[in-house]
Design a protein around this ligand. Structure first.
Ligand SMILES: Nc1ncnc2c1ncn2[C@@H]1O[C@H](COP(=O)(O)OP(=O)(O)OP(=O)(O)O)[C@@H](O)[C@H]1O
Ligand SMILES: [Mg+2]
Length: 421
């Protein structure tokens, strides 16, 4: 991907909110000491960037980069341009993992095309736009975090039912809170069910910010997404549907995909309240989901509906990866139409978890806008949800409350400031 960046400075600070788990190293090669100093200062001002070294000469710069193996090589497109491009493309062939940024005086289309052919990821130009440079670095950081996978688990957990009213919102919201409480991880809940759009309400929030703010917004990036998040008192972040339905309607499947990509680059766990119909939007969600929790109720109509969902999943190859789709039987009770074993037999699938039918606790939680897991951990459904959380992330123990929690919070400082508790 190439993004020509440059032009007048502006939007200062939009790139400063991204938590970068690992430092991004850069090598700077520029013949002019004054411009080199400017670029050095701009790079140094981006949180998480470490300048591994700088050189004035292209040949010396590339030799240094071969040793230093930076994440970013920022290279002045010095004349003779042809020689620089040939040397840069040779370097890219040897080190495809290094992101190549060119600094170009000429911004002619022909120069851009040649830069692309040489493997440039970004082309910068005078006057330096620091915000755009920050965003370019952020793209590299995001990509590298995704490639490395990080040392913490990163998951998109989607709660789905082909039939309405099966408990998707109840389980997605309560599971998100449970995971936030049980683990030291950063957790976001995203309500992608635009027809119901009630996840924020279930957590006691009126969606004053929402996905609706992103529809029609020029750029869908981490900065705009951050502005659309709500913050729950538990520390969970919520990306809600807007209060007015028509604003949510406009979200195209690829936008939904981008929202999930950005969320999963920032949050270690993303819980999705998914729409019921299988549409292009749902496919974008499933394609990105590490786990799909498929809800069934212990009734014959529900089992039939789940069977149909499984057939669709089979056709879409979602069942090829073992354990990606997990069956959760919701509203289990002693006197249910079917026993859990009957559901498992009918669906030829083991139940990964079961959640008790706990009408009193659920309706109390929903009416109060307080999640089950924050106030009613002693309830049967609350206990089952806690067990589901543990089963999804075995071994991810909660750090002791205190130092660890403060440290982790620091990475998302801006989110915390931007959110509402
Ligand atoms: N385990 C449970 N015990 C008791 N009631 C439950 C349970 N799970 C869900 N419910 C209740 O069932 C109703 C429907 O649940 P919910 O809104 O979560 O379903 P949904 O699949 O999100 O439906 P929608 O089609 O509206 O999106 C709610 O009133 C909720 O409180
Ligand atoms: Mg719902």
């Amino acid at each position: 991907m190439i993004s020509p960046i440059g032009g007048p400075a502006g939007q200062e600070g939009s790139s400063r909110s991204i938590p970068m788990a690992n430092a991004i190293s850069a090598v700077l090669v520029h013949r002019d000491p004054h411009e080199r100093a400017q670029l050095r200062a701009a790079l140094a001002a981006i949180p998480g960037v470490q300048l591994a070294g700088e050189r004035a000469d292209v040949r010396a710069g590339l030799a240094f980069a071969r040793q230093a193996r930076p994440a970013i090589l920022l290279l002045d497109l010095a004349p003779p341009v042809d020689d620089t491009l040939v040397a840069a493309s040779q370097f890219r062939l040897e080190h495809p993992e290094v992101a190549l940024f060119f600094w170009a005086v000429s911004y002619e289309p022909e120069t851009l095309v040649r830069a692309i052919r040489a493997g440039a990821q970004e082309v910068l130009r005078r006057p330096l736009d620091r915000a755009a440079l920050g965003q370019a670095v952020e793209r590299v950081a995001t990509l590298s975090a995704r490639k490395n996978g990080g040392d913490r688990p990163r998951k998109i957990i989607t709660v789905y039912s082909g039939k309405g009213g099966a408990g998707v919102t109840a389980i997605a919201t309560n599971l998100a809170i449970t995971l936030k409480r049980q683990t030291p991880l950063e957790v976001a809940l995203v309500d992608l069910d635009f027809q119901s759009g009630d996840a924020a309400f279930a957590l006691g929030h009126t969606p004053t910010r929402s996905l609706g703010d992103l529809v029609g917004a020029g750029a869908l990036d981490s900065a705009s997404l951050q502005g659309a998040l709500l913050r729950h008192e538990s520390g969970l972040f919520i990306l809600s549907q807007p209060d007015q339905l028509e604003r949510a309607d406009g979200m195209a499947p690829d936008q939904v995909g981008t929202v999930l990509d950005i969320l999963s680059s920032v949050f270690e766990l993303v819980v999705v309240d998914a729409p019921h119909a299988i549409t292009d939007v749902t496919l974008e969600i499933f394609d990105r989901s590490t786990v799909v929790l498929l809800l069934a109720e212990p009734t014959i109509p529900s089992v039939r509906a789940v069977r149909r969902s499984l057939d669709v999943f089979h056709r879409l190859n979602y069942l090829v990866a073992p354990d990606r789709v997990k069956l959760v039987v919701n509203r289990c009770a002693d006197h249910s139409d079917l026993a859990v074993a009957d559901v498992e037999r009918a669906l030829e699938m083991p139940a990964f978890a079961k959640i008790a039918n706990d009408y009193a606790a659920m309706s109390r939680a929903i009416n109060l806008g307080k999640p089950l897991c924050s106030t009613h951990t002693e309830s049967r459904a609350g206990r089952d949800l806690a067990a589901l959380g543990r089963a999804l992330l075995p071994g991810v123990a909660k750090q002791p409350v205190g130092a660890g929690a403060r440290e982790r919070g620091a990475g998302l400082r801006l989110f915390a400031r931007g959110g509402r508790s």
